[in-house]
Design a protein around this ligand. Structure first.
Ligand code: NI
Length: 167
């Protein structure tokens, strides 16, 4: 387990598509542990493997007051609605923006025991799933900005979490 560097925009690894994990072995558990340690150290809500330079479809998510979750090969299988939410990313430090996300999503994935999991989520979990699965496809949140919207700079002393919760 280790805290590892987070790659920042415009590093090309953030624009690559991650590959499916085909079997669960120790190397996958190590990546999962590094994702959790690095996410927690950065006080983020989520982290995708691309962000630590690994092109495998693995994400970590940790909601406030909850245990960290690992999802392997996660996929959005249904989503509905639109809402505007403030968002930020550990790979784009110092900025935030308002973007459109779904009201709820359904996703499927494998967990660390290679068990099939289905997740129906709204609120911050839905936003985090969309954000982190985007990372696996080389998409960054500012790609969802409308034309009239801009990224805002945040003060360096602001303790910004990767994804801010809606008020
Ligand atoms: Ni991010």
């Amino acid at each position: 387990m280790a805290i590892v560097p987070i790659y920042e925009f415009p590093h090309e690894v953030l624009r690559k598509k991650a590959r499916k994990v085909k079997k669960l072995d120790d190397s996958i558990h190590r990546i999962a542990d590094d994702l959790i340690d690095t996410m927690q150290n950065a006080q983020g809500v989520g982290l995708a493997a691309n962000q630590i330079g690994i092109l495998k479809r693995i994400i970590a998510i940790q909601l406030p007051e909850e245990d960290p979750r690992i999802y392997i090969n996660p996929e959005i299988i249904a989503k509905e609605g639109e809402r505007e939410v403030p968002e930020a990313c550990l790979s784009v430090p110092g900025y935030t923006g308002i973007i459109t996300r779904s009201i709820w999503v359904k996703a499927k994935a494998w967990d660390r025991e290679w068990k099939d999991v289905r997740i129906r989520a709204d609120g911050l979990l839905a936003q985090a799933l969309e954000h982190e699965i985007d990372h696996l496809n080389g998409i960054l949140y500012m790609d969802h900005l409308s034309e009239h919207q801009k990224l805002q700079k945040v003060e360096p002393e602001t303790n910004l979490e990767e994804i801010q919760e809606e008020d």
